[in-house]
Design a protein around this ligand. Structure first.
Ligand code: 16G
Ligand code: ZN
Length: 513
């Protein structure tokens, strides 16, 4: 694989998922190398270690991708997304590097440190060499953690910047922190039963095996899709959430809790079988479970300010459930960084996308108030939830812990509310940038007149809700619809999809179910 970019190569853009694309068309090598340069320059600018993760998450195994992490484990800041884009598209790389060094006032004597990680894709190992080449070219060192989950990379990047000496930076730190937190919370419990984890044939199987071993006295963690099949193929959190069905290889039995992680283990969904029927507990449910627990334990008198951050994709029933309990909710644009940012406005910010990516952030004031009010149980939970980014395994342990603390079965959890029937469709149009949205993606402002027509369609069904937005990761427009019945929901989504197709230069066949 060449790590050089041929002049005139198609331009790429650093998006919500970093850079992502096919791993076999000769482009990913230079894209990852230049992301190494970006991560190194960012590190030199801040005088702190940054992270670089090579993964394409839930995408098929032939794809790959790369993301840069800020020192405390957050997503790359917006103006550097622009610099990453410029560095990656530059015909003259050295000139572009010089430009960034000048505009960002990076000292010529500074040296960076980039923490490097990769998933299990066959293309990932070679791409980590590409990254190293870029990191060195940008006058920095790299510390290669090898095969890790995305949240492990974020967590260890955070740890090194919080003072963990470089020689102590290893995965044992990650496993012991989360294992100890779980054991602390469940110290008075007996065995909590079985949970079966679909590892999507990805890196999750390594993390899953560690937790299974370290927690065997408390919970029986059984792993499926643990490397015997193709990555993300008919399995994983995205497959289960999108298809609302069990992954391949799972012979579901009543009375067992099931969950799926995605290809880099930053998303989680739960499910179980009841009377022969498949029942999904997605990111909205996880948020509602944790919020319910917090509200019960904090009680009326606590000064801790907490709330839930969702996107427009959150099922309306979950938002209504939270509002009925008097829990604050906020809606942001799609993409983890937007939710994360909004969650920081609360002492405790619970954020989850419906797809299962999310976490619970506790700020310093929350910790101080919890200490003062004597909430040791919630303080223990704060240690169990990965504070840097959504983490499928940390979230799984948090769900298990909260079910235990509430003395709830998975059935009790499922009974919180009933989802409104909903449907997600894709529409191909000539130029998806023609669709412009505002109000956390719930209102379409271009093409002119589309939103008015959409409103009229929504008004034709009971409990109707629908919105459209251009995907950030695929060349399509996504249409979401929700209504009181599955039939009305189908009727609404097909009508809105056709509206988009007709008003925004639809391509190919007219949308149908
Ligand atoms: C990316 C985002 C995810 C979002 C998805 C939406 C991050 C780390 N990931 O995977 O949060 O749900 O994009 O995809 O921000 P879409 O724009 O194609 O609908
Ligand atoms: Zn992922």
């Amino acid at each position: 694989m060449s790590f050089e970019r041929a002049p005139g190569t198609k331009q790429v853009k650093y998006g919500t998922a970093g850079f992502r694309g096919p791993a076999d068309d000769g482009q990913m090598g230079f894209i990852v190398k230049r992301s190494g340069i970006t991560a190194a320059l960012r590190s030199r600018k801040l005088g702190k270690a940054t992270g670089l993760m090579i993964t394409a998450s839930h995408n098929p195994v032939r794809d790959n991708g790369v993301k840069v992490t800020e020192p405390l484990g957050e997503m790359l800041v917006p103006n550097w997304e622009g610099l990453a884009t410029d560095l990656t598209n530059a015909d003259d790389l050295n000139a572009e590097i010089a430009k960034v060094i000048k505009s960002e006032e990076i000292s010529s004597s500074s040296e960076g440190l980039v923490i490097l990680g990769r998933d299990t894709r066959p293309s990932s190992a070679e791409l980590s060499f590409a990254a190293t080449e870029g990191i060195i070219q940008a006058q920095s060192r790299s510390l290669n953690l090898g095969v890790v989950t995305t949240p492990q990379l974020h967590y260890l990047t955070y740890k090194i910047n919080k003072g963990t000496p470089v020689f102590n930076l290893n995965l044992d730190l990650y496993y012991s922190d989360f294992t100890n937190a779980f054991l602390e919370i469940t110290k008075n419990s007996g065995n909590l039963g079985s949970v079966e984890v679909d590892c999507a044939n990805g890196v999750g199987l390594l993390a899953g095996a560690q937790f299974a071993k370290r927690l065997e006295s408390k919970v029986n963690i059984k792993l499926t899709n643990a490397g015997d099949g193709l990555l993300n193929h008919d399995c994983g959190a995205d497959f289960v959430k999108t298809g609302q069905r069990a992954p391949v290889g799972s012979e579901m039995k009543e009375g067992v809790r099931y969950c799926s992680v995605d290809g880099d283990a930053d998303r989680l969904v739960y499910y179980f079988l009841r009377a022969g029927k498949f029942f999904l507990l997605d990111g909205d449910r996880i948020a509602c479970l944790i919020a319910t627990y917090l509200q019960k334990r904090l009680g009326k008198d606590s000064s801790v300010n907490f709330g839930v951050v969702q996107t427009a994709y959150a099922n309306g029933a979950s938002t209504n459930y939270l509002s009925a309990l008097g829990i604050k909710t906020v809606c942001t644009k799609t993409g983890v960084k937007h939710l994360h940012h909004a969650a920081l406005d609360f002492d405790i910010g619970v954020y989850f996308e419906a797809n299962g990516h999310g976490t619970v952030l506790f700020n310093d004031s929350a910790i101080a108030k919890l200490e003062k009010e004597g909430h040791s149980e919630i303080l223990a939970l704060a240690k169990l939830v990965n504070q840097t980014v959504g983490d499928a395994f940390s979230d799984m342990l948090a769900v298990e812990a909260v079910l235990y603390l509430l003395n709830w079965s998975i059935e009790d959890w499922a009974a919180m509310y009933s989802d409104y029937p909903n449907r997600l469709m894709k529409v191909k149009i000539a130029n998806r940038a023609d669709i412009q949205v505002t109000n956390a993606e719930r209102t379409c402002i271009a093409p002119a007149g589309l939103q008015d027509k959409l409103n009229s369609l929504v008004a034709t069904v009971a409990n109707g809700r629908s919105f459209v937005r251009a995907s950030g990761t695929e060349d399509v427009v996504r249409v979401y619809a929700e209504a009181n019945t599955a039939e009305n929901c189908d009727k609404l989504s097909i009508a809105v999809a056709n509206l988009v197709f007709d008003m925004a230069d639809g391509q190919g066949d007219k949308p149908s179910l």
